[in-house]
Ligand binder design. Structure first.
Ligand SMILES: [Zn+2]
Length: 507
């Protein structure tokens, strides 16, 4: 039983109940038997593959005195609560949490941040933003994309994301001609992930039309366009490259407006021949104008159409899915697909607010993405998601659950499960068999010092003091961020600034 539940049960006041519980159980994990913690034998070789944490967030909730061990492949082989620290094993400097998978990213857009925050039309919208974004996308070179993605992944790792799903749609050279090596830009993303240690799900995007009813693509989309056969050849080319570095390959039909029904059907069949369990991500129902256009084209709303015409299941991630009616919420949740929610981008673009209570009432899975990277911070995405619901419903702690009243804890675990599912990788938290991807908070940070572990996470999400409280980040057991900084931080930042300057100035 998670400790926070017990806190509420023992008195009407969670705050005071906590200290009652704390003194009674003397820091033993909730539900653990009293007595001396087991001593664990550990070889010298295994010490490099181990970490001890006073507090850790396991899939079942908070536990104490947790020993984590992993093998040479970076897979967790032991997660032992109520253990005693073996001599020589490194100790985390604060509570250990699973890293958050970032389930939706367009890496190049990180360099576009801040360039559209002015009014260009009487009523600016997603669509006027998109016109400016296309202009930016037309200028990027392979070297610039790699520099932007490398810095972005450094930032993500330092901000608590331990995996990313890259929705990759700029494929060709600036005039729309394919590169001599058709996988040139995809390989920039693979190299950025490899250099930084970021876990990657690469989702090449199928983009064929500019609107419903097979409207031809416009000139601003010339770098995105591929035939279905051409896309399948790209996937075949990328599969061994992804396998070689532990990345997962999937497919992203961009949206129903960008992929006609026959293209969608043929691409999914071709993907199944390559990997029948590969992830499938799609933008859907982000804008009300898109919903209206879909109804005009087909007589159905986008999610309704998709559920009726595609084999949507747990392999799928429905990115945004902001505008659904009751039947769509119910059917989409029942399909097992993950809702890919991107709160900072959806706020930045004026998309609307996803109805979380309704989605959760149907048992829907969800995760978060930073999408256009208006914000690159896992905790901030959770904050914005919860705050959007609070503002809409005039309630507090909306995303707490019946089993986990601590809202930051509940959101962290739910976003982890949905994000891991969307990524199609074994990154579902601190459990044997999962990859050793986790982060450690800094218990000495001003925002956290002296608080119990669940409140440290709450403070990290809801009450930061302007500087990050993340101390360390491990990917596949490798300590990629130490003392809050990635080893490539300075070098990658310089290259990013130079790339952005060159794109803006047209060099
Ligand atoms: Zn997107």
């Amino acid at each position: 039983m998670p400790c926070a539940k017990r806190r509420v049960d023992e008195s009407g006041s969670p705050f005071f109940a906590y200290f009652l519980w704390r003194s009674k159980e003397s820091r033993s994990p909730a539900g653990a038997r009293p007595g001396t913690p087991p001593r664990l034998g550990i070889t010298k070789k295994a010490m490099n593959h181990s970490l001890f944490a006073n507090d850790a967030l396991l899939p079942t909730g908070w536990a104490q005195n947790v020993l984590l061990q992993w093998n040479a492949e970076g897979q967790l082989t032991q997660v032992q609560a109520n253990a005693q620290a073996p001599q020589g094993v490194a100790q985390a400097k604060g509570p250990v949490l699973p890293g958050t998978p970032n389930l939706h990213s367009h890496a190049f857009q990180r360099a576009f941040g801040g360039l559209t925050e002015y009014r260009g039309e009487a009523q600016d919208s997603f669509w006027s933003w998109r016109t400016l974004m296309y202009r930016f996308a037309q200028r990027i070179t392979p070297a610039q994309l790699e520099a932007i993605a490398t810095w972005l992944y450094v930032e993500m790792l330092e901000a608590g994301y331990t995996a990313v799903c890259e929705f990759h749609y700029v494929h060709h050279d600036q005039d729309g001609t394919p590169y001599a090596d058709d996988a040139t830009l995809a390989q920039c993303l693979l190299r950025a992930a490899q250099k930084t240690g970021m876990g990657l799900t690469l989702l090449p995007v199928l983009y064929q039309t500019s609107g419903f009813g097979a409207t031809p693509p416009n000139d601003g989309q010339r770098r995105f366009i591929r035939s279905t056969d051409n896309m399948l050849r790209l996937l075949e080319r990328l599969k061994p490259l992804c396998d070689a570095q532990g990345a997962r390959l999937g497919l992203a039909p961009h949206s129903l407006r960008a992929v006609p029904p026959d293209g969608l059907r043929d691409a999914l069949q071709g993907l199944d021949a390559i990997d029948p369990r590969a992830p499938v991500h799609i933008h859907i129902a982000e804008q009300t104008a898109e919903v209206d256009a879909c109804v005009a084209w087909s007589g159905q709303r986008p999610v309704e159409w998709l559920l009726d015409h595609a084999p949507v299941n747990a392999r799928w991630c429905l990115v945004h899915a902001t505008h659904m009616d009751e039947a769509e919420y119910r059917r989409a949740a029942a399909s097992g697909a993950v809702a890919g929610i991107c709160p900072s981008t959806e706020a930045n673009l004026g998309d609307g607010i996803f109805d979380m209570p309704r989605w959760l009432s149907h048992g829907g899975a969800w995760g978060v993405g930073s999408d256009s990277h208006a914000t690159v911070n896992a905790a901030e995405e959770l904050l914005l998601l919860e705050y959007g619901q609070r503002l809409q419903l005039r309630q507090r702690n909306v995303l707490a659950s019946s089993t986990e009243p601590q809202v930051a804890t509940a959101m962290t675990l739910q976003a982890l499960q949905g994000g891991a599912q969307a990524a199609g990788r074994a990154i579902a938290g601190l459990a044997v068999g999962q990859q050793a991807d986790f982060v450690a908070l800094d218990a000495q940070h001003l925002a956290l010092a002296g608080l119990p572990a669940p409140e440290m996470l709450s403070s990290h999400v809801f009450a930061s003091h302007r500087t990050s409280a993340l101390e360390g980040v491990w990917i596949a057991g490798r300590h990629q961020v130490q003392a809050g900084r990635h080893a490539l931080h300075d070098e990658a930042a310089r290259a990013f600034v130079a790339a952005r300057q060159a794109i803006i100035s047209g060099n």
